[in-house]
Design a protein around this ligand. Structure first.
Ligand SMILES: Nc1ncnc2c1ncn2[C@@H]1O[C@H](COP(=O)(O)OP(=O)(O)OP(=O)(O)O)[C@@H](O)[C@H]1O
Ligand SMILES: [Mg+2]
Length: 239
């Protein structure tokens, strides 16, 4: 479904990705692992054609290159993106956030609605009239995922969805990821939590300093202490 082949990408003159290879098959959940600053966010931006410019290699979705497309066209093709800063409208209510028109894909099968995202995240339904700015970090993350679902993505990119969240909320997000997987949404998740990798991932890719350095199953990843020691945040590995 998604194939990133030998991608180099740069912010202006400054190259951040020096050879990234990665793929996501239909229905798969793929975790993208790597320490701070190695290029996880940049990889996602290279997929959605935001901020960074791909200078070599290709990013293909359903066999077609995404390079050079405007970001709304990438969404239109079926790629949803939940950035690490979450981007909710703080001074709008939850419901208003969900009613802001977005580019979307004309879905043949599953079509997300405001009601079906409330069914996935009941808390959002409960707080529908609250300002998004007063929600907790976890609730804002759910709102951001919900907004992205309303574009009817086939592939959802989640950039560090657990960043800064309490353990209980992390578990709620993991449950939502599992529910989305059952609905047939493929996902690429940049991740440091071993729990998510073990519970949700079909495959794991590791990036180090702008390059793919490992690709394998969660079992191969967890079974390689050299890899986990080198590329996972130690504190989080033992959490
Ligand atoms: N907008 C930008 N302009 C210039 N350089 C950038 C920009 N965003 C990121 N970089 C650089 O690109 C490299 C990769 O950063 P990136 O944010 O992709 O890493 P990351 O793996 O997502 O890190 P983190 O775990 O901290 O989120 C870093 O050297 C960073 O300084
Ligand atoms: Mg990042």
């Amino acid at each position: 479904m998604l194939a990133i082949e030998n991608v180099r990408a740069a912010y202006g003159p400054s190259e951040a990705l020096h050879g990234v290879d990665l793929s996501v098959a239909e229905g798969e959940v793929v975790c993208l692992v790597g320490r701070n600053g190695v290029g996880k966010t940049s990889t996602m931006r290279a997929i959605v054609q935001e901020q960074i410019r791909v200078t070599q290699g290709d990013v293909r979705f359903d066999g077609h290159s995404l390079l050079g497309l405007p970001s709304h066209e990438v969404v239109h093709r079926g790629v949803g993106y939940v950035p690490e800063d979450r981007r909710v409208f703080a001074s709008l209510t939850v419901e208003e956030n969900l009613r802001v028109p977005l580019p979307s894909r004309a879905a043949k099968s599953r079509r997300w609605t405001v009601d079906s995202v409330y069914a996935l995240f009941p808390q959002l339904g409960e707080y529908r009239h609250r300002m998004a700015g007063v929600l907790s970090g976890g609730e804002q993350q759910m709102l951001s995922i919900a907004r992205s679902l309303l574009t009817n993505p086939r592939l959802l990119l989640l950039d560090e969805p657990h960043e800064g969240l309490a353990p209980k909320v992390v578990l709620e997000i993991i449950e939502a990821i599992k529910a989305l997987k059952k609905e047939g949404v493929s996902m690429l998740i940049s991740e440091q939590s071993v729990r998510t990798i073990q519970e949700c991932a079909d495959r794991v890719f590791v990036i180090d300093r702008g390059r793919t350095v490992f690709a394998g199953t969660p079992a191969e990843f967890a079974g390689d202490p050299e890899i986990t020691r080198k590329y996972l945040m130690v504190a989080e590995y033992h959490a």
